[in-house]
Structures are given as structure tokens and as C-alpha cells.
Design a protein around this ligand. Structure first.
Ligand SMILES: NC(=O)c1ccc[n+]([C@@H]2O[C@H](COP(=O)([O-])OP(=O)(O)OC[C@H]3O[C@@H](n4cnc5c(N)ncnc54)[C@H](OP(=O)(O)O)[C@@H]3O)[C@@H](O)[C@H]2O)c1
Length: 238
């Protein structure tokens, strides 16, 4: 059975990725920062079946690299797919009040984590025999610009996606960007706020895993109608 490595596994999007992978009959290798985060994860999935946990610091240069090294050494399950959903920093400091250190914190959490995950896993995916995939979640805040630091930190994720779509177009890695134009929250929170539930957003990943023709594309999700009927466009500009 194939395995999906999930980075940012304990968050709103990470939980959706795990649920989507399990429904698509994949196992999950979930990176968590500590055992408290692992406990949080297990509160939001039906059971521990099919999920392997590994602790790593996804902010550090060594975090995801160490996980890949353990996979190569046979200490953790081999994986064929990656879902990058790290981040979640969402402050509302106005642009002119934003300190350089706060801006850097947003770029570190929302962008660098996913960049590091990409850089450290793509060489491993390219070595695999069959078809593999890398999925990155980005948000429309980067276009709307209503919150300065969250918006700015999405910009480099869009650009990373552009580069990755182009670089992988002719490789065995199916890179796609899931561009989210709605709020997704874990089910217990969404019940109070009316956001899309992680368990609902999970459908997007289940569907994407079963659609090998969707490659180097942006999948846009704005309403519940977009969860199963995927809206996708090639993301390569010549
Ligand atoms: N949720 C949405 O509606 C939405 C909409 C548009 C785009 N997105 C995209 O999805 C990303 C994730 O959103 P989310 O709502 O899932 O965020 P979230 O619920 O806050 O989850 C963020 C994930 O990143 C991990 N993380 C954050 N800082 C960390 C650190 N310093 N060290 C280790 N792990 C850290 C968290 O681990 P812990 O659990 O241990 O804290 C968690 O697994 C966003 O940044 C954005 O790019 C989300």
C-alpha cells in the first residue's frame, strides 16, 4: 500500500490531508512536533490505523531531511506522495506596523517550512519507480491582501508552485497546488464557525490522488461545490 508523508499534519489542512489519504486507501506518515501534537492529531482522526507518527522540527533545516534519512534507512515506511500543509500563522498586524522580525516569523512558518519540505523530499520521490506526487496547499489571502503578513507569506508559495509545476512537468512527480479560497477548520471548530470541515476538505485530496492526469496544476477550492468536482488549470506560463 502506498504512503503519504504529511508535513503540518496536526493542522486544519494536515488533518484533511490525512483523512483524504486514508479514504484513498493510502497509509500516512505524519510529521509532528511533539507528542502533545500527536495526541491532538489522534483526536481528529477515526483511529490510529494506517498512521505512523514521526517527531521532527519542520522549521529546522534538518527536520524533514532527518525523516527522509530514516525512511532511506528502513526505519520508517517508504512514501510515494507528500502533502505540505505547514504554517497557519494568521496575524492581523497592519503593514506599516509590521516589524521585520514579525515578517520573518511569518515567512519562516508559512513559507520556509513548505519550501524545506519540497527541497528535502523531491529527490527521494524522483528516485521511486512508479508515479509519485507532491501537493502544496496555498491560500487566496495572498491575492486578497486583507491581512498583511499572511498575504505576503502566501506570495512566495505561489511562486514556489510556479517553479515546481515547471520543474516537474516532465518528471515522474505529479506536483499540484491546492489554492484555497475558503476557511477550513477541524470539524469540532468548524461546527461552531461554519467553516468547511477538515473531513469535507479531505475529499479534494482523495479525488486528486485518483486523478493522474492532473499535473502541474492549480486546483481552486472556494465553495463546497469544488470539493469533489475539481476545478484545475495548468499552472505553467510560457
Ligand atoms: N485553514 C485554512 O482555511 C487555509 C486557507 C488557505 C490556505 N491555507 C494554507 O494552509 C496552511 C496551514 O493552515 P492550517 O489552517 O492548517 O494551519 P494550522 O491549523 O495552524 O496548522 C499548521 C501546522 O503547521 C505546524 N506548525 C506551525 N508552526 C510550527 C512550528 N514552529 N514547529 C512545528 N510545527 C509547526 C502545526 O503544528 P502544531 O499542531 O504542533 O502547532 C500544524 O501542524 C496555511 O499556512 C496556508 O498556507 C489554509
Amino acid at each position: 500500500m502506498e504512503t503519504v508523508l504529511v508535513v503540518g499534519a496536526t493542522g486544519n489542512i494536515g488533518i484533511a490531508a490525512i483523512l483524504g489519504a486514508l479514504r484513498a486507501k493510502r497509509n500516512v506518515l505524519a510529521i509532528v512536533r511533539n507528542q502533545a501534537s500527536a495526541a491532538k492529531l489522534f483526536q481528529n482522526v477515526p483511529s490510529k490505523d494506517g498512521i505512523t507518527i514521526v517527531e521532527a522540527d519542520i522549521v529546522s533545516e534538518e527536520g524533514v531531511k532527518g525523516v527522509v534519512n530514516q525512511v532511506r534507512a528502513g526505519k520508517l515506511p517508504a512514501f510515494q506522495h507528500v502533502y505540505a500543509a505547514a504554517g497557519g500563522a494568521y496575524g492581523a498586524t497592519p503593514l506599516l506596523d509590521l516589524s521585520t522580525s514579525e515578517l520573518r516569523r511569518f515567512l519562516t512558518l508559512n513559507f520556509e517550512t513548505n519550501f524545506i519540505a519540497y527541497r528535502e523530499t523531491i529527490p527521494y520521490l524522483l528516485e521511486q519507480k512508479g508515479s509519485t506526487s507532491f501537493t502544496l496547499c496555498t491560500g487566496s489571502q495572498g491575492d486578497i491582501g486583507a491581512r498583511a503578513a499572511p498575504a505576503i507569506s502566501q506570495g512566495p508559495l505561489f511562486s514556489l508552485s510556479n517553479v515546481a509545476c515547471r520543474d516537474n512537468e516532465k518528471t515522474s512527480v505529479r506536483f499540484n497546488e491546492v489554492y484555497l479560497g475558503a476557511r477550513v477548520e477541524i470539524d469540532s471548530v468548524a461546527e461552531g464557525t461554519g467553516a468547511i470541515k477538515s473531513s469535507e476538505f479531505a475529499d479534494v485530496y482523495t479525488e486528486l490522488l485518483s486523478r493522474p492526469e492532473i499535473k502541474s496544476s492549480r486546483i481552486s477550492v472556494a465553495t463546497k461545490d469544488d470539493l469533489k468536482d475539481l476545478k484545475h488549470n495548468k499552472k505553467i506560463v510560457y
